[in-house]
Design a protein around this ligand. Structure first.
Ligand code: AMP
Length: 223
């Protein structure tokens, strides 16, 4: 089944974890703007140099840059059947730009899935988040640790897990502020389009949350 999906939710809500699972289950590309920016930072590209100050400060990269990257990526051949956007759009102007790009291609989004988690839980979760720089797997040292401790336990990986530099408390609070001010209004935007689906993301294991996400998508696929 092919879908064009947008994942919504505060930083640390678990939208990345769910996005990866959707991508795997339905064979769709997972497009994370944060991952794209971090890869450029790591490789020291021009784009990496342009976005460093924004990522380090927990602020949003300008729309012009971000929207162009997404328009280019979603236009590639592997996106013909659909994709899962993770971390984009993050503002109403970005959501509008995405709609324009889709419209020009005669396409539309199938669903915007909001993973809903209260702020207090977010701060606790982000401080405990670790990720694999090699395969992108995400862990929580308290709730979903790696079976190999500080190494990635995905088959054939084994890389050393890292804490993202923007997961320190000061930047976490700034990212949450940006989320409430700039990103949260997108929920209303997609609600008005009739494509918003919400799943509670604070309770239950990632598996239990994914079961709800999968049910939503299966329902869409057979509608
Ligand atoms: P994430 O991995 O999604 O939490 O993104 C990490 C950082 O990348 C954010 O704090 C922003 O600085 C930047 N970023 C990611 N996605 C976007 C976006 N759609 N618009 C602007 N900046 C973004």
């Amino acid at each position: 089944m092919g879908f064009r999906i947008v994942m919504l939710g505060a930083p640390g809500a678990g939208k990345g974890t769910q996005a990866l699972r959707i991508a795997e289950r339905f064979g769709l590309p997972h497009i994370s703007t944060g991952d794209i920016f971090r890869a450029h930072l790591k490789e020291g590209t021009d784009l990496g140099r342009q976005v460093r100050e924004y990522l380090d400060g927990g602020r949003l990269v300008p729309d012009e840059l971000t929207c162009a990257i997404v328009a280019d990526r979603t236009g590639q051949a592997d996106c013909a059947k659909g994709y899962v956007l993770d971390g984009f759009p993050r503002s109403v102007p970005q959501a509008e730009a995405l709609d324009q790009t889709l419209e020009a291609r005669g396409e539309q989004l199938d669903a915007a899935i909001d993973v809903d988690v209260p702020d207090a839980v977010i701060v606790e979760r982000l401080a405990a988040r670790r990720s694999c720089p090699k395969c992108g797997a995400v862990y929580n040292i308290k709730f979903t640790p790696s079976a190999l401790g500080d190494k990635c336990d995905r088959p054939g990986c084994g890389a050393d897990l890292v804490q993202r530099s923007d997961d320190c408390e000061e930047t976490i609070l700034e990212r949450l502020r940006v989320y409430h001010e700039t990103t949260k209004p997108i929920i209303g935007y997609y609600e008005r389009q009739g494509i918003l689906r919400s799943v509670p993301g604070a309770e239950g294991t990632p598996d239990a949350i994914f079961a709800k996400v999968e049910a939503i998508l299966n329902e869409l696929g057979t509608a």
